[in-house]
Write a protein that binds this ligand. Structure first.
Ligand code: NAP
Length: 474
């Protein structure tokens, strides 16, 4: 793959900045691209352009832009998958899947752009009423900012941009500096599909020069952020008087109960822990298994794990590529060694080579290990034994996070009890915590988010405001 030389974009035009960001492949360290980043003047120009964008295209035009982008992405899906693999080190199985998900986001957003979202309230329904009707309509924001993380570097971006376009809201995107290439390529697809340039700028650069001024600026009406808890809380404290949407980290459990189909449980545990190199906010970060079936489940998971070959992300046989960089892999290796010192046993995996860390199953993990108390963003599968459902729910809830969860059981009463009592945004029965479709409501509570949902339909609401008006109706 040739080295990509890209520039940040202000309303479709290259930035005036001079500084360059270099993007390296996490597997071999070679340069995959460079990006000319934004200057403070570019940040100002992007905000001015967004606020001056004027009336948005019609609903039909917005839908057509999203549909054309979808078609272009489908046509170039392999190129986009390879771009993600080059900059993020994720294997092709994952990056092709991610492009497919992004196609869905665009398709659903194109559909939603056409849907009339107004409501009508008759006013003669009370003794205090009148012969009037109240109507609602949704209006775009003047200017929104989206800040996205490195994992799922295309789909996270699409989950902000496509709903904003469907809502008619101009957007300034600040993608991760670790994965800027696919974000900039995606922006080009949108412009080529007819998006008015003023409706989108893509900026990168030092945090103090780009992200923080965008977050603080009073002309920006909404900041939609996906990333770590630490940065999310910093944004919450600096954004001031504006709408903020925070999709933060997770520490999701998979609860395996004694009546579970253990083959299914082992399959879900492996997929949930190792897909995307374990770098999903909703990856399984803790496996809570009822004592009576722990031994049998663990043996099945170890056997399954052997199928997840770690290696060169561009090799078609690789099932697990690298994590985002060597520092992250070293952190993962450290928490595994800490757990071992505390009495846990590594049953398979555990070795590191650069940014590559093998899918690792760790049994008998003490409940207070850093690996399971904080988010471990990598292909680790820590197993903790629980006495019963009660113990599992207490342990699952005993974390600062509350994003998602999975429960493997055949019993409806246990399934429903888990749905009722797990304090998190999603509960998936006999599925991985990360399961969703791109238009279903998604998002966490506690440190994982403020409970404001994303997903195409909900995100459109975040990028618009409801106007209420009434008319005489006699
Ligand atoms: P991160 O370090 O928080 O970075 C996310 C974004 O925030 C990047 O674009 C980063 O820019 C930017 N940023 C850094 N400091 C900032 C500041 N002071 N003000 C404004 N923006 C700032 O997260 P990450 O390591 O890329 O992503 C992994 C995390 O995201 C994990 O915790 C994962 O669970 C979470 N995540 C959550 C969801 C969800 O839906 N809940 C989905 C995916 C990921 P630079 O790249 O320039 O530093």
């Amino acid at each position: 793959m040739n080295v990509m030389e890209l520039k940040c974009l202000v309303a479709g035009k290259p930035v005036t900045g001079q500084d360059t960001l270099t993007v390296r492949n996490p597997y071999h360290g070679g340069i995959v691209g460079t990006v000319v980043v934004a200057s403070p003047a570019d940040v100002e120009a992007a905000i001015t352009a967004a606020c001056g964008a004027g009336s948005p295209p019609s609903r039909f035009e917005r839908s057509v832009i999203l549909e054309k982008t979808r078609a272009a992405l489908e046509e170039r899906s392999e190129e986009f998958a390879r771009t993600i693999t080059a900059e993020a080190g994720l294997c092709l199985r994952e990056t092709r899947y991610e492009v497919g998900r992004t196609v869905d986001v665009l398709r659903f957003a194109a559909m939603e752009a056409l849907r009339d979202d107004g409501q009508i309230f008759s006013c003669d329904i009370s003794a205090q009423g009148k012969a009037r009707k109240i109507f609602t309509l949704r209006e775009p924001l003047r200017c929104a900012v989206a800040i996205t993380p490195f994992n799922h570097p295309l789909n996270q971006v699409a989950h902000k941009l496509a709903p904003a376009i469907a809502a008619g809201t101009p957007m300034i995107l600040k993608p991760s500096e670790k994965t800027p290439l696919v974000a900039l390529k995606f922006a080009s697809l949108l412009y080529e599909a007819g998006l008015p340039p003023a409706m989108l700028s893509v900026l990168l650069g030092p945090t103090a020069q780009v992200a923080e001024p965008l977050v603080r600026d009073e002309r920006v009406e909404s900041v939609s952020f996906t990333g770590s808890v630490a940065v999310g809380k910093r944004i919450a404290s600096t954004a001031g008087y504006k709408r903020i949407v925070l999709e933060l980290g997770g520490n999701d459990p998979l609860i395996v109960l004694e009546d579970a189909d253990l083959e299914l449980a082992a399959h879900l545990a492996a997929e949930g822990s190792f897909r995307n190199s374990g770098q999903r906010c909703t990856a399984i970060k803790r496996i809570l298994v009822q004592e009576s079936v722990a031994e049998e489940f663990t043996a099945l998971l170890v056997r399954k794990t052997a199928e997840y070959r770690a290696g060169d992300p561009f090799d078609e046989n690789t099932r697990v590529g690298t994590v985002i960089d060597e520092a992250s892999a070293i952190y993962l290796e450290t928490v595994v060694r800490e757990a071992e010192t505390a009495g846990a046993r590594v049953l398979i995996g555990g070795r590191r080579q650069g940014a590559l860390i093998e899918p690792t199953v760790i049994a008998d993990v003490p409940r207070d290990c850093r690996m399971v108390v904080h988010e471990s963003f990598g292909p680790l599968a820590p197993i903790l034994k629980v006495r019963d459902l009660e113990d599992a729910i207490t342990l699952a809830n005993g974390t600062r996070y509350g994003l998602s969860s999975g429960v493997v059981t055949r019993r409806m009463d246990w399934a429903l009890e888990a749905v009722r009592r797990l304090r998190c945004g999603t509960v998936n029965i006999n599925e991985v915590p990360g399961f969703r479709v791109e238009n279903s409501p998604f998002g966490g509570i506690k440190d994982s988010g403020l409970g404001i949902k994303e997903g195409v339909i909900e995100a459109i609401k975040c990028f618009s405001t409801v106007k209420t008006f009434s008319l005489p109706w006699s």
